[in-house]
Design a protein around this ligand. Sequence first.
Ligand code: ATP
Ligand code: MG
Length: 247
Amino acid sequence: MIEIQNLHLHYPDGTRALKGIDLAISEGEFLLICGPNGSGKTTLIRLISGLLKPTSGSVHVNGLNPINDSSEVRRMVGMVFQDPDSQIVGETVKEDVAFGPENLGLPVEEITERVDWALQVMGLKDLSEKPCYLLSGGEKRRLAIAGVLAMRPQVVLFDEPFSFLDYPGIREVLKHMVRLHREGHTLIVTTHDVEKVIAHVDRIAIIHDGELKVAGPPEELMMKLSQFGIRPPCYALLGREKVSWLE
Ligand SMILES: Nc1ncnc2c1ncn2[C@@H]1O[C@H](COP(=O)(O)OP(=O)(O)OP(=O)(O)O)[C@@H](O)[C@H]1O
Ligand SMILES: [Mg+2]
């Protein structure tokens, strides 16, 4: 579904953020991209969603180029930003969630139905008339996720989705990720804090200093994480069976 070939990204100040990434992601896969701060995770998923143009190499989503075929790719790929403030566009919670479906040109009834559903799912119903700038950090994160869910994209990219969230919030977001995966959506999650999600993913890709170091099933890579500056989950360190944050 997603094909990344020899992908390089140099920022205007000369930073070489990605140095030749090759990665193929299957339809319906739940992929965890992990790496320490500054390793290139956000850069990689911004390239998949078409927010950045590769310096060289290519990205294809269902055969489409996220830059040249941006409107089709935007319908297919939803991204939850690392910084929720950069995603919020509406004045109120409800207006913000409606923004994406409105841009898809959907009928009014369907927009209303999707907005109500997304607010319900993310526990924001009671805040629907609240101005977005008054929300707490965790509420903003929920709002950003609700906005993406309302678009019903086939592929969902989550950039550090657990930051700002409390324990019930993390479990709620994780529950929806697991549900989206079960329904056949392709999910890509970036984080350096793998503990919360690792029990549910199909594959891990470790990036370090702009290079893809290794990719494979969690059971195989679990104990290699610390070589790349990532803390393995507690259950692996203790030699126990895998434990989900949903248990
Ligand atoms: N707009 C930019 N201009 C210049 N350099 C940038 C820009 N955005 C990111 N970088 C640099 O590119 C590298 C990769 O950054 P990126 O944000 O992709 O890392 P990350 O893995 O997402 O890190 P974090 O875990 O802190 O979110 C870093 O060295 C960063 O300083
Ligand atoms: Mg990042």
